[in-house]
Structures are given as structure tokens and as C-alpha cells.
Design a protein around this ligand. Structure first.
Ligand SMILES: Cc1cc2nc3c(=O)[nH]c(=O)nc-3n(C[C@H](O)[C@H](O)[C@H](O)COP(=O)(O)OP(=O)(O)OC[C@H]3O[C@@H](n4cnc5c(N)ncnc54)[C@H](O)[C@@H]3O)c2cc1C
Ligand code: SF4
Length: 609
């Protein structure tokens, strides 16, 4: 094995890896970054090819612009399935063992899953860190909101979050005096305003002793809006070196992405890069100290048998993304960071036999299983304008009821029934094929229907359950011989009762706003079903993987310490939402970004020692 020429080897160029790389290189540390996917998002011209791919795709799922390389396969919304006798479900990437379907995906291309995220950048509530103490369920984090608050601020500036502090003070969320987000909030859409006018102040019961007063508010978004004084928004980037710059691409990127343009395709691709993706952080890293090796699939963490120190990362370097041909190499550094995503981190560690003495590894996989509620507003509310969503209802995120059932939050869509039924195409098809409309009648019907479409996503909290886990099985391998993730997943009564409460709250909101509820015929939906208390819920995943290498104060029951350092490997840091002991209701990226920045500070201290 060669001598370490890098201070830190980072595996994975998603948001967690990119933020750490940026901070370490700013401190003058030499960083080698291995990335499984192609670097096809580094040049803006190549990025536009992804946009073309999206436009040409028949199905517009989250992965449609980001086709994977053969050696870096990824889950795809279209092939998530439970096994049946006819179809043993080995076609897709995940091997799902149920009893419920895990309904989420991620992307293995440089930039990671932020390439197709929506950009919702909520902080966790202070109470989310203390679930055991306050509500008697799950477990507490080994750190609290106050410890993470300065890193939340830094993450909000790195990602470029648009929000107004005054609107974000609820459920104990506090901010340093004088602090505000780097950019002003994305303005609420017309339909947000109409809904707010109709339902703000509505009191919704949450069990015997609790109720919440609804308020529609914009959520913090990782999309560029109007910057506050001194903040420079990062627009579209072009990561190639000066010599190699395509002047045309440079000209095109210079005035792009500085502001959100309301194109309504944040998921799965922002055409102008007004939405944050991890490539933006990499573009700001000090390139004198950063070497990125794309098309490098880490396949083994090499460990010294004696003291558990990591001695290298073995990886498969390929030239042709379509061929199963690669060369094996080893990357050596003083410290190592696994930032490959909650599932891939666990998979890589298990494939490296690091789970032998660590039963917690791969367990407690979580998501936010979510329901849709949709209906027709009493008048045109301007659907299909603005970002896919700009506001939410946050009142159900916290409260005493969490001792009994899950918390939940609502995203309010600006994109009609696109997500729930496939509108506008399905609305047109229904008018033509089922109701025989054409010509002026068809136009009038659509004009009277489409702008009235309202949709909410009801994302429900899930607690850690050791039985929900990622494992590997030598029988299931990908084209490079690496294991595919095997997933066991069930949704417990705690979350199902939360789904029931969320559905009830959605019905109350629709009734108050005069919205005709159209979300009753759930059997027609193409989403997995789960039964609870004589109801059938059709749910989907939110892409919020968490918990597979949870942090804790005790090595016996956790995989990493509060700095995300592996308890059993003193120079290995395992980062991302896999480190979350619980997830509450906030989308995970802002919190994992804050944790990553905290880990970077720890690494700088350790590396200088
Ligand atoms: C449709 C959708 C919408 C979402 N919207 C939101 C949202 O609005 N707000 C929010 O907070 N979160 C959202 N998320 C979740 C968010 O995308 C993730 O939380 C976040 O991107 C995870 O960051 P990460 O750096 O941990 O992993 P990733 O972004 O997945 O990055 C991991 C990187 O590691 C690389 N890699 C993987 N395996 C290897 C290997 N073996 N060797 C080398 N490299 C490897 C991958 O190619 C990738 O580049 C959404 C997810 C989905 C699917
Ligand atoms: S609304 Fe459009 S411009 Fe704004 S972030 Fe989303 S995709 Fe980008």
C-alpha cells in the first residue's frame, strides 16, 4: 500500500461530501474525492444534456434526467417492488423483503441526490432531539438543537436558503438575535395565499387533549431568491479548469440560476440551477487542494486488523459507463469520510465486514411515508405556476400527541394534481376519453378544472425500528460484483396512526376552504397500500433515507459518535442522514449538511494535531 498523499479521502460527491471537501480545502487540507458516478454535471453543457434526457423521458420520475452508470446502479421509482411468486423483484436495484415497500430512491451521479431534490430546507424542532425524554418513544440524540444551531446557520448559507426568520419561529425554533436567512423567502404562490385566507386559524383536533391552529407559511427553500445584504447567490456552475473552458458554455452560465424563475421542475431537474445542488459547493472548494476522481466506485474499506484503523479505500475505476470493465485501485489518506448516502454507507461497510462486531449497522432505516390529498378549489387558484411548492403547514410537527402517534407536516403543491394523478395529461385524457369533450367544450372544461387543482403531500414521521434495515446477500450482486442493498421495511402503528390523523386534518382543511375532496378513490392510485383501523392508505416514499449508522453516546447501541466518527475505527467518519437517531418531520438535508460541517471542523482539528 502506498504512503498517504492526501490528508482526507472522501467517498461520495453528494451534499455531505461536497460541504466537507469545501471546508477542508479552505483550511489547506489535501482532499481526494472518489465519486461512483460520472462527472457529467460538472460542465453546464453536459448538464443541459441531462435536461434533454429529462425532456425525452417517457416517465418523468425523480431519476429521469440522471441515468446511472452500469457500475453505479441506483434505485428507480419504476422498479421499486415487493417480490411476488411471478416476479421475484430482482430486476431493480433494491432487493425488497417487505412486509411494506420502501418507496424511495436516490441518485449516483456527481452531485448526488440534490440533483433532483426539491430544496425544502427545514430545521429539526428542538423537541425532535429529545423524543425519549419528552414523549417516551424512540431515543434522544446525543446532541441538542442549541449545539447544532450555529451549524444550521452555516448550512443555510452554504446551501443558499431563502426564508424569513419571523415566519419560521414556531414549535420552539429559535434563532440567534440578528440572524436571518441569506435570501428572502420565495413569495407564496397565489394558491398559497388563497388557501391561507381560507384556513389560517382553523383549529384541528389532535386526539383527546390537543389541537393545532393551522397557518399556511412559506418554508425555507434551497432555491435562489432575493439575496440579503452581503450574500452572493451561486447560480449555474461550470467546474472545468480555465484552459478547458468552453466559452459558449461560460457565456450561457454567467447569467443563469441567480434567481428562481418558477419553472416548476425543481424535482427532478432545475434547468437553470437556481436550486442548490452539491456541484455548487464543489465549485467553490479550493481546487488547489481537491482532486476529484469520478467513475470510481468504492467497494471495500480496508482496515488494519489490530487497532481498527482504516488503511485505504479500494475502488473500481471505469472508463466506459456502459461497460462492466474496471481497474481496481486503492486510495490512501490519513482520515476517511464515507459520504455515499444512508443506504450506500451501510452497504459499503457491511461489504467490508465492518458489521461483524457492530449489530447496529444497517438497522433503523427510516423515511417519511407520505400520502397525497387533492381536490378542486371553489374558484381558479392559479395551479401550475411557481416552484412545485412554496408553502407548507407545520403546526402538526410537534406536540404532546407524539407520545401516541407520529407527527406530520403538509407540503402544498403549486403543480395541480401532477404528483398525485399525473395531471395535466390525465385531466385532458379524462375529458376526452371518458367524457367525450373536444373543441371549445374541451377548452372550457380544462380552463375551469386545471387552475382549480389543489394538492397537498402529507409526510408522516417514522421512528427507528431495528427490524427496518439494510443488509447484503452474496446472491444479489450488481454488474461490478458489488452487493445490492437488501431492504426489510415495515410501517408501525405509531406512523399509521399518524397517517390517520394527517388524513383527518387534510379533510378538515379542505372542508374549511370549500375544496371538493377528490382523494377518496385511493384504490386507483399506483402507490403501495397499507391497512390500518379499517382504512387503506396509499403511500409513497419521500427520498428521506435515515438511520442506518445512527449516532449515539454509547458504542454498544450506535455506530458513530456525535461527531460522526465510527466508534470502532478512529480515523473513519461516516456522514449523512444515516447518522440520525430519529428524524422528526423535517426533510433531512439541512440537518445532514449542518452535521457534515460540524464533522469537518472536527476533522480539521484532528488533522492538524
Ligand atoms: C425526489 C426527492 C426529493 C427530495 N427532496 C428533498 C427536499 O426537498 N429536502 C430535503 O431535505 N431532502 C430532500 N431529498 C433528500 C435529499 O436528496 C438527500 O437527503 C440528500 O441528497 C442526501 O445527501 P448525501 O450527500 O447524504 O447523499 P447523496 O446526495 O445521495 O450523495 C451520495 C454520493 O455518493 C456517491 N456514491 C454512492 N456510492 C458510492 C461508492 N460506492 N463509491 C463512491 N461514490 C459513491 C453517489 O454517486 C453520490 O454522488 C429528496 C430526495 C428525493 C429522492
Ligand atoms: S421553480 Fe424552476 S427555476 Fe425555480 S428552482 Fe425550481 S426548477 Fe429551478
Amino acid at each position: 500500500m502506498s504512503e498517504a498523499t492526501h490528508d482526507v479521502v472522501i467517498v461520495g460527491a453528494g451534499v455531505a461530501g461536497a460541504l466537507i471537501a469545501k471546508r477542508l480545502t479552505a483550511a489547506g487540507l489535501k482532499v481526494l474525492m472518489l465519486e461512483a458516478g460520472p462527472a457529467s454535471t460538472q460542465r453546464y453543457t453536459d448538464y443541459l444534456a441531462h435536461l434533454d434526457h429529462f425532456h425525452a423521458a417517457a416517465a418523468k420520475g425523480a431519476e429521469s434526467p440522471w441515468p446511472p452508470a452500469l457500475g453505479a446502479p441506483q434505485p428507480d421509482s419504476a422498479d421499486l417492488a415487493l417480490p411476488t411468486p411471478q416476479l421475484p423483484a430482482t430486476n431493480g436495484y433494491f432487493i425488497q423483503r417487505g412486509p411494506q415497500l420502501y418507496g424511495s430512491t436516490y441518485t449516483r451521479t456527481l452531485g448526488g441526490s440534490t440533483l433532483h431534490w426539491l430544496g425544502v430546507s427545514l430545521r429539526m424542532l428542538p423537541e425532535d432531539f429529545r423524543m425519549r425524554t419528552l414523549h417516551g418513544v424512540a431515543r434522544d440524540w446525543p446532541l441538542d438543537y442549541a449545539t447544532l444551531a450555529p451549524y444550521y446557520e452555516q448550512a443555510e448559507h452554504e446551501i443558499g436558503v431563502s426564508a424569513d426568520v419571523e415566519e419560521q419561529r414556531y414549535h420552539g425554533l429559535s434563532f440567534r438575535p440578528g440572524y436571518n436567512y441569506p435570501m428572502r423567502r420565495i413569495p407564496p404562490s397565489y394558491s398559497d395565499q388563497k388557501l391561507a385566507a381560507a384556513v389560517d386559524g382553523l383549529r384541528v383536533p389532535l386526539g383527546d387533549d390537543a389541537e393545532a391552529a393551522v397557518r399556511v407559511r412559506t418554508y425555507p427553500a434551497g432555491r435562489n431568491s432575493t439575496p440579503r445584504r452581503g450574500y452572493e447567490p451561486v447560480g449555474a456552475v461550470d467546474l472545468v479548469g480555465e484552459d478547458d473552458r468552453d466559452s459558449d458554455a461560460e457565456a450561457r452560465t454567467s447569467d443563469l440560476g441567480g434567481r428562481c424563475q418558477g419553472n416548476t421542475s425543481c424535482t427532478p431537474i432545475c434547468p437553470v440551477q437556481a436550486k442548490y445542488n452539491a456541484g455548487k459547493s464543489l465549485a467553490q472548494a479550493d481546487r488547489r487542494y481537491l482532486t476529484i476522481v469520478p467513475q470510481a466506485v468504492a467497494c471495500r474499506v480496508e482496515v488494519d486488523g489490530g487497532d481498527g484503523r482504516v488503511t485505504g479505500i479500494r475502488y473500481q475505476h471505469y472508463a466506459d459507463p456502459k461497460a462492466a470493465v474496471f481497474e481496481e485501485k486503492v486510495a490512501v489518506g490519513r482520515f476517511y469520510v464515507l459520504a455515499t448516502h444512508a443506504v450506500e454507507n451501510a452497504k459499503l461497510m457491511l461489504a467490508s465486514d465492518l458489521g461483524r462486531d457492530d449489530d447496529a449497522l444497517g438497522r433503523n432505516l427510516m423515511d417519511h411515508p407520505a400520502l397525497y390529498a387533492w381536490g378542486l378549489a371553489p374558484a381558479p387558484w392559479g395551479a401550475f405556476r411557481g416552484p412545485q411548492s412554496s408553502s407548507g403547514i407545520e403546526e402538526f410537527r410537534g406536540g404532546r400527541f407524539r407520545a401516541r402517534h407520529a407527527a406530520f407536516r403538509f407540503d402544498i403543491g403549486n403543480d395541480g394534481w401532477r404528483a398525485s394523478t399525473g395531471a395535466p395529461d390525465t385531466t385532458v385524457a379524462d375529458a376526452v376519453l371518458n367524457r367525450g369533450l373536444f373543441g371549445a367544450k374541451l377548452r372550457d372544461d380544462l380552463a375551469g378544472t386545471l387552475p382549480r387543482q389543489v394538492r397537498m403531500s402529507l409526510a408522516v414521521e417514522q421512528l427507528p425500528d431495528p427490524g427496518n434495515r439494510v443488509t447484503i446477500d452474496p446472491a444479489h450482486r450488481d454488474a461490478f460484483g458489488n452487493p445490492r442493498p437488501v431492504i426489510d421495511y415495515r410501517i408501525t402503528d405509531y406512523t399509521l396512526a399518524g397517517m390517520a390523523a394527517a388524513s383527518e386534518a387534510a379533510r378538515a382543511i379542505f372542508a374549511q376552504a370549500g375544496i371538493t375532496d377528490c382523494s377518496k378513490t385511493t384504490t386507483e392510485l399506483p402507490f403501495p397500500a397499507v391497512d390500518y383501523a379499517q382504512q387503506t392508505f396509499r403511500y409513497h416514499g419521500m427520498g428521506h433515507f435515515a438511520g442506518t449508522h445512527a449516532m449515539g453516546a454509547d458504542p454498544a447501541s450506535s455506530v458513530v459518535d456525535p461527531d460522526q466518527r465510527a466508534w470502532r475505527h478512529c480515523n473513519l467518519f461516516v456522514v449523512g442522514s444515516g447518522s440520525f437517531p430519529t428524524m422528526g418531520t423535517s426533510n433531512p438535508t439541512l440537518t445532514l449538511a449542518a452535521l457534515a460541517l460540524r464533522t469537518a471542523d472536527r476533522l480539521i482539528t484532528d488533522a492538524r494535531r
